[in-house]
Design a protein around this ligand. Structure first.
Ligand SMILES: *Cc1c(COP(=O)(O)O)cnc(C)c1O
Length: 372
């Protein structure tokens, strides 16, 4: 198979060929906004006002974007969501958590908890990939770990409090900024910058309710050993003064703030989620009506508006489609490696122009026509 064999006509191609699920498309304007900052902001101390005011804009912007109620606080730290899972192991879970596992990412957090000696064995509620489980409220669970969007499978799950007094911690890495959410339904809603926020990886942001802050303070005052870089009490104190405990990536911060403010200037979360909804409507209706393609997630309600997974008929090699798209400058449509399906996975974060998703389906049609 030679991926350069089929040339897609320029007229069919999207204006931008990046459809990755993370890292994902960064808008050109976000990059250009960095250039005038080259001497004022880049390469300057993160303890001084140019960078601290950027952290402040990030925290304030998140408060506006998510309409956070009084008392909720925005925490920022270094290490991405994977590090934040470890921070929750030390600083948020008191003794036992329940994990809804329905893909690679939700499974990773439960595994990080299972390795930990100071916590009880986590309670894992799982379902087949392509679906999502429901929480099962039980006595003694002090954190319910939900995932708003399972990036590995393209399944979106509701953010709703179970009938229990445990805290609700939601992995929103790929959902935040592209899906609507009601803050009264969560205690911690956490994410990284490289998905809907169209920036680079390496930071984590956590929107925390007063109950979550109380838990962080309670564990911080206990005699549990907590490594400082994973200590959310330290992160809380730093965030309150618009700093991070250790050095953040300044360009990443800047591009993320640009994206948050772009959302806010255009109408906020409703507008941003609306763009992803429009892209998803285009993708799924194309696949639904196609003889050789079908959405992997059969229940339309569970289909993600931000990451679309499309199964192709066995007569079309999805790997060949993705490789040929790549050779034509349209990248990162490969399926999640561990899912092992004949599938394409398409990132439809708000930065992606909905018209480009329509163009992408035309390009896939062109390749299917050439291959079958
Ligand atoms: C990308 C992703 C992660 C991992 O984020 P990092 O910033 O790379 O640690 C975790 N959870 C979900 C749902 C993701 O999509």
């Amino acid at each position: 198979m030679d991926p350069t064999e089929v040339v897609i006509p320029d007229a069919l191609k999207p204006s931008d060929g990046r459809f990755g699920s993370g890292p994902s498309k960064v808008r050109r304007a976000q990059v250009e906004a960095l250039v005038p900052e080259a001497v004022r902001y880049l390469g300057t101390s993160h303890r001084q006002s140019p960078v601290r005011s950027m952290v402040g804009r990030l925290r304030e912007g998140c408060g506006d974007l998510f309409s956070l109620p009084e008392g909720y606080e925005v925490l920022v730290g270094v290490g991405g969501v994977t590090a934040f899972w470890d921070a929750m192991v030390f600083s948020l879970i008191r003794s036992k958590s329940q994990h809804l596992v329905f893909g690679e990412f939700s499974s990773k957090f439960s595994e990080a908890v299972a390795l930990c000696v100071h916590l009880s064995e986590p309670d894992v509620v799982s379902s087949d990939f392509g679906t999502h489980p429901e929480p099962e409220p039980r006595a003694g669970i002090d954190v319910y770990a939900l995932t708003h969007n399972e990036t590995s499978t393209g399944v979106a799950a509701p953010v709703r409090r179970p009938a229990s007094d445990g805290l609700v911690a939601v992995d929103a890495t790929s959902a935040a900024g592209g899906m609507r959410v009601d803050p009264s339904e969560f205690d911690v809603y956490y994410f990284s910058p490289q998905k809907c926020f169209a920036s680079d990886g390496g930071l984590w942001v956590a929107l925390c309710s007063p109950a979550a802050i109380e838990r962080i303070e309670m564990i911080g005052d206990s005699d549990r050993y907590v490594p400082p870089s994973l200590d959310l009490l330290i992160a809380l104190a730093n965030s309150r003064s618009n700093q991070t405990y250790n050095t953040p990536a300044l360009a990443t911060l800047h591009m993320m703030v640009d994206q948050i403010e772009w959302f806010l200037q255009n109408g906020g979360l409703d507008w941003a989620a609306g763009r992803s909804n429009e892209s998803a409507e285009t993708l799924y209706s194309w696949a639904d009506s196609h003889e050789l393609a079908a959405p992997f997630v059969t229940d339309a309600e569970k289909r993600s508006p931000v990451v679309g997974t499309i199964d192709l008929d066995d007569s079309v090699d999805a790997g060949r489609v993705a490789a040929t798209l790549r050779a034509n400058g349209i990248v990162d449509t490969e399926s999640y490696r561990k899912l092992g399906r004949n599938q394409l996975r398409i990132g439809m974060y708000p930065a992606v122009d909905p018209e480009d998703v329509a163009a992408l389906t035309a390009c896939i049609d062109h390749l299917i026509g050439a291959f079958v």
